[in-house]
Design a binder for this molecule. Structure first.
Ligand SMILES: [Zn+2]
Length: 378
């Protein structure tokens, strides 16, 4: 397994590309963010661009928010620019106490916030089917966020949607995805992480009807056109530095956990939902890297830690099953431990993890899978 020579991202990350020096495109785009992009110019462009979207009497834009540091920062930034946003939160799969508090905090920054309490029966059916089909337990949530926000934009006739960062630009992805400042249906289908499954594939699953799925269906092109809905990535116009974002969010009331989250060494990631940590764990089984690799790579890129330190952190934190999150996930879905393991094990990447002579995967005493020597980060 090949790893980026600058950060610790492996080649197994879908869409990640490497140059002739073995440097990943996320690292290369960081260099261009640091050196080649004129951020003052981008800010000017942004302020110019949004003028034409100020058509609604009350709201200047819509922001999809969770309870996270990024959404806190987004709202702070938008308010700072003198815009009045309407915030929309699509309820997480298994909300946490701290996530609720942080969502309330966003509300208390002085914005109107619509909390979409999606139909829990439909949602759970989707959640249980999606993990089986795609190996992603958060598939339905990603989909829900990307469809309900434009729906709200149409309903309220607010044409401008402000998304956070372009994840391909920040974390690497095909060249075509990175120059994009706009999120539309095409982006969602190509880069939105739907893993080849679309909402229409869920029709009939456990009796799900077209009406059940309407919330998860992207609006029609005509509806989009009528309101002129456009989604912009804030990270395209303003430099997205995780540590600074965290600092600004904390100054504005965002609260991190008093201990690290289960899947990494940080205490501020994905605090709003238990299911997210299961998502990180599944990612590790499929691709051989987890949340610690993401965090450490970003920290290296931003110059906060050395590559050596990143290697140490990855080896220490990646791959340990998040016990508390899995417990909450089983309670939520009603899957037995055995059912869950059966689904999850079918997604374990055989090229990455060691097996014993009985063809079972080898595990450490803490339950983490053991990587083949050639797949260890080094
Ligand atoms: Zn890299």
């Amino acid at each position: 397994m090949k790893f980026c020579t600058k950060c610790v991202m492996p080649e197994t990350k879908p869409g990640l590309e490497f140059d002739e020096n073995g440097v990943c495109d996320a690292c290369n785009s960081q260099v261009s963010k640091d050196q080649n992009i004129d951020w003052q110019e981008r800010k000017k462009k942004f302020l110019e661009l949004i003028k034409k979207y100020k058509v609604h009497p009350d709201y200047d834009c819509i922001i999809g928010v969770s309870g996270g540091k990024d959404s806190t920062y987004q709202v702070v930034k938008i308010l700072e620019l003198g815009l009045n946003p309407l915030c929309v939160c699509f309820e997480p799969t298994i909300p946490t106490e701290i996530g609720r508090k942080n969502l309330d905090n966003i509300n208390n920054l002085g914005v109107d916030l619509i909390h979409i309490k999606r139909n829990p029966i439909v949602y759970k059916k989707l959640a249980k089917e999606a993990i089986k089909r795609t190996g992603d337990n958060e598939w339905q949530n990603h989909l829900g966020i990307f469809t309900t926000v434009p729906k709200m934009a149409i309903n309220f006739k607010i044409p401008l949607i402000i998304w956070a960062e372009n994840s391909q630009m920040e974390y690497g992805g095909p060249a075509s995805s990175k120059t994009k400042s706009i999120l539309d249906r095409k982006w969602l289908e190509e880069f939105g992480g739907l893993l080849g499954s679309s909402v229409s594939d869920m029709l009939g699953v456990d009796g799900l009807t077209k009406r059940d799925l309407s919330l998860y269906t992207y609006p029609d092109d005509e509806e989009i056109k009528e309101v002129g809905v456009t989604g912009l990535f804030l990270g395209y116009y303003f430099k997205w530095d995780l540590r600074k974002i965290l600092e600004v969010s904390k100054q504005n009331g965002f609260v991190a956990q008093d201990r690290a989250v289960e899947t990494t060494y940080e205490n501020f990631e994905n605090l709003d939902c238990y299911s997210n940590h299961v998502h990180d764990y599944l990612k590790y089984l499929k691709y051989g890297f987890g949340r610690a690799s993401d965090n450490a790579s970003l920290d290296v890129r931003l110059g906060y830690i050395s590559r050596e330190e990143a290697v140490r952190l990855v080896n220490r934190y990646d791959g340990i099953p998040p016990k508390k999150a899995i417990k909450e996930y089983l309670k939520y879905t009603g899957f037995s431990q055995g059912e869950f393991e059966k689904i999850v094990n079918s997604y374990i990447n055989k090229n990455i993890f060691e097996k014993d002579k009985n063809n079972s995967f080898l595990r450490d005493i803490d339950g983490s899978l053991i990587r083949k020597k050639e797949c260890l980060v080094r």
